[in-house]
Design a binder for this molecule. Structure first.
Ligand code: SF4
Length: 271
């Protein structure tokens, strides 16, 4: 049961009303439960930020690391014990801004972990500064006249770096969110899901969306399913979030390649 994975004494959640983090956490725990993974064989690793608080609420093994380093710690955990299911939770600050280098190298190595990046389009915990995914022209605490940079297409970066599975979802369509997180958990090699998620307290307020519902509508208007996006031009897709499965391949994962060398060396030593 989902409740078995939640530390009920820690409730209510720390997150603001209208925040998408709780939606994503329940989806991850539900899909872990559906797979029957025990708490002992599951590790949830986090970094810093609002989403990085998620490990506070789970009964599985957990590891709370420094900002941007969730994937570095996950690499060590997975290599030390490849039989563990390692699920890495990162925000957009943690995942692609401060931690961007770890993300591209985990994807390049095809490390056997699942990374779920909640993209709320700004640094929520520190007060709403722009991050590497903040859309151009957005208003944040550090771009009060409009953001002049382009935000990363994180899924395109991770796909180009070599991840086996890449998908994008949002917190409005929970059935699709569950499906994509489930596919990522089942996939061998590096699997990555970016979830476009509302931060009404900062991104919403700073961009003149007075209620969480308005921000949800803003997200909904910008999410385009991959099947529809393939018939749209680059200009039409500018500022949009293409959702669904964006990469699905079966390259050998890092732990398998690493184990093969260990096996070979042990065999040579015993001959
Ligand atoms: S500041 Fe934003 S991201 Fe952080 S808990 Fe509040 S709504 Fe969620």
């Amino acid at each position: 049961m989902l409740e078995d994975y939640l530390l009920s004494e820690k409730l209510p959640l720390f997150w603001c009303a209208g925040c998408g983090n709780g939606v994503v956490l329940q989806s991850i725990l539900r899909e872990i439960d559906r797979r029957g993974w025990t708490k002992q064989e599951t590790v949830i690793a986090t970094g810093i930020g609002c989403w990085g608080k998620a490990d506070d609420y789970v009964t599985t093994n957990s590891f709370h690391g420094t900002h941007g380093r969730a994937l570095a710690f996950s690499t060590g955990i997975k290599l030390a014990n490849p039989s563990l299911h390692v699920v890495t939770l990162m925000g957009d600050g943690d995942g692609i801004t401060i931690g961007g280098n770890h993300l591209i190298h985990a994807a390049r190595r095809n490390l056997g972990v699942t990374a779920i990046m909640v993209n709320n389009l700004n640094y929520g915990m520190t007060g709403g500064q722009y991050s590497g995914t903040t859309p151009k022209h957005s208003l944040t605490k550090t771009s009060v006249y409009g953001h002049i940079e382009n935000g990363f297409d994180v899924c395109a970066v991770v796909k180009a770096a070599g991840a086996n599975f890449v998908a994008r979802a949002n917190t409005l369509d929970v059935i699709e969110l569950n499906r994509l997180i489930g596919m990522a958990l089942d996939h061998h090699g590096f699997s990555f899901v970016e979830v476009i998620s509302p931060c009404p307290t900062h991104f919403g307020r700073n961009n003149k969306m007075a209620s969480p519902a308005k921000l949800l509508q803003w997200i909904k208007d910008r999410c385009i399913p991959a099947a529809r996006a393939k018939d749209m031009s680059e200009d039409e897709l500018n500022g949009k979030f293409v959702t669904g499965v964006l990469a699905d391949r079966s390259r050998e994962d890092y732990s398998t390649a690493y184990q093969r060398i260990i096996d070979r060396l042990q065999k040579e030593a015993s001959e």
